[in-house]
Write a protein that binds this ligand. Structure first.
Ligand code: ZN
Length: 241
């Protein structure tokens, strides 16, 4: 098993190489776009901004600028499960652009100190299966846009969560609460952006944010590219809730 920092570096290299080699195609329907655009014009029309980008979930104020639907949903599924790590760059830029604007209006964010960007981790075995962690690829773009540092070895997921499908909601939430741990921080982390790809109930982000606060983070901002209604995004064995 590679150290987490080395894995993070390799994820970035793989993403960059894929991006370089991939022709400019729509992330959803694969039509050639002829330019560096996430979606073709037709698919872009089906993308909806979240009318309430800040939502209170599990006691966390979660930022998610887009709705999980239309062509963006197709693109996220390809990115998350379809072996398309190159989509991390354009999808990460979508999140980063919206987040930078939102944080500019956040009074608690206007404090001095470094910015750490922490992706929601997946289990090491799934990292091997997929070859990359989608939140980490989004997070690298967020870190670049905010002038922060991507930190992939702070949070870990030491327990392989039992299959979520078929479990009741309460049992799933209980499992997720214990699925993440934060290593002792090497530095005092003032501002932390916690990044996921899709948020549904917010339980995963809440569990990760709690671990980070216990690990010393002062201000934690949980963010996700898109927000899904639970009925549109049923948690499977490989998903959080
Ligand atoms: Zn398209």
């Amino acid at each position: 098993m590679l150290p987490a920092l080395a894995r993070g570096f390799l994820e970035g290299v793989v993403a960059a190489a894929s991006d370089f080699l991939a022709p400019p195609r729509c992330a959803a329907c694969l039509a050639e776009t002829g330019r560096r655009a996430v979606l073709c014009p037709g698919c872009a029309q089906t993308t909806e901004r979240n009318p309430s980008p800040f939502t209170m979930l599990q006691g966390e104020r979660v930022f998610a600028p887009y709705l999980y639907g239309g062509a963006l949903r197709q693109a996220v599924v390809r990115f998350k499960y379809g072996g398309a790590p190159h989509l991390g760059r354009p999808l990460g830029d979508l999140l980063a652009g919206a987040l930078a604007t939102a944080l500019a209006d956040d009074p608690l964010w206007r404090i001095d100190g470094p910015i750490e960007v922490v992706p929601v981790p997946i289990h090491p075995r799934r990292l091997v299966q997929r070859g990359y962690n989608s939140p980490a690829l989004l997070g690298s773009r967020v870190a670049e846009a905010l002038g922060g540092t991507l930190v992939t070895d702070w949070l870990s997921r030491p327990l392989d969560a039992a299959p979520q499908a078929g479990k009741g909601r309460a049992a799933r939430l209980r499992d997720v609460q214990h699925a993440f741990v934060a290593a002792p921080p090497r530095v005092v982390a003032t501002r932390v952006v916690l990044v996921d790809d899709v948020v549904t109930t917010g339980a995963t982000l809440h569990a990760c944010a709690g671990a980070l606060r216990r690990g010393g983070a002062r201000v934690v901002r949980p963010v996700a590219l898109c927000c899904a209604l639970a009925e549109n995004f049923p948690p499977g064995p490989q998903d959080g809730v």
